[in-house]
Design a protein around this ligand. Structure first.
Ligand SMILES: [Fe+2]
Length: 297
């Protein structure tokens, strides 16, 4: 408890970026490799080891292949330039270092040009399990391996292009649900069983277990319009995970012009994060165990 009303605790992004300057337009900066301490590298190694012990059989094959093909370092925070050589050769994507969360239009501009913004700094040892903001472990370990998959790589670029359009049309909150329920929290059905491809899950030990094993959340087949009506959770595990059949399905379903879809959705009510509709393709109806009754976003 702090009784000084003028005292503002600096958030971790501000603290980590002290003394650094980013480009005022695109928010990029050279990755400050000299700022990583021995403790940072050890924290990375712990996070990497924890996830890699658990993800085989849980993460989709494309993610595991990406991790291997890019030779993502196990024992230290990776040098973006080194990984970029392989990433560029594979799909023409590259990572750019940024201070943290960046404005939507800057983010979309990067994606539309096959640049993935990666927060350069790493969480601290007491934050292994939860961090509100994205850090280099979430952004790089969670997101980047899938960028060597050509179909997913094209999907993410198309999302960036769609993002700029949605912002101009005033439908950004609707489109944001697509990013949330696919890029961050998506599941994919495979002949070997359900697998994870969403980065928000892949970078979290507890959600990597929960999303597949728990009876609590719904698991519902991907349907673009249904998904874009659904609110979501930012403070708890998801109440619903949407399951795609393939990255090709995701790419094709989202390759259409969204303008008439946005208009159609305006006439329909939004759905709660845990709602199940009669028309849903249900893999599992959650038993709602432990669901928070606070508001969905
Ligand atoms: Fe993310």
């Amino acid at each position: 408890m702090n009784d000084r009303s003028d005292f503002v605790v600096p958030d971790i992004t501000t603290r980590k970026n002290q003394g650094l300057r980013h480009d005022p337009v695109d928010y990029t900066l050279p990755q400050p490799l000299e700022r990583y301490s021995a403790e940072d590298h050890a924290t990375w190694a712990t996070l990497y080891r924890r996830q890699c012990a658990m993800l085989p059989g849980r993460a989709c094959d494309e993610f595991m292949q990406g991790l291997q093909q890019l030779e993502v370092d196990a024992d230290r925070v990776p040098d973006f330039a080194r990984l970029n050589e392989k990433l560029l050769a594979a799909t023409g994507w590259r990572m750019v270092a940024v201070p943290g969360l960046i404005p939507d239009d800057v983010f979309f501009e990067h994606l539309a040009n096959r640049r993935f913004p990666v927060t350069w700094w790493l969480r601290e040892p007491h934050q292994l399990d939860y961090l509100q903001e994205p850090d280099v472990f979430h952004d790089l370990f969670g997101h980047v391996p899938l960028l060597i998959n050509p179909v997913f790589a094209d999907y993410l670029q198309a999302y960036g292009q769609g993002g700029m359009k949605a912002k101009n049309l005033g439908f950004l909150p609707v489109l944001a649900r697509l990013y949330w329920y696919t890029v961050e929290f998506g599941l994919i059905n495979t002949p070997q069983g359900m697998r994870i491809y969403g980065a928000g899950i892949l970078s979290s030990k507890s959600e990597s277990l929960y999303c597949l094993d728990s009876a609590s959340p719904n698991r519902i087949g991907f349907d673009l319009q249904r998904l874009m009506r659904t609110r979501y959770r930012i403070d708890t595990f998801q109440k619903t995970y949407f399951v795609i059949d393939s990255f090709q399905q995701l790419f094709e379903a989202t390759a259409v012009d969204f303008t008439p879809i946005y208009q159609a959705l305006q006439a329909l009510p939004t759905l709660g994060a845990g709602d199940v509709e009669a028309a849903d393709k249900v893999f599992h109806i959650g038993n709602q165990d432990g669901w928070a009754d606070s508001d969905d976003l």
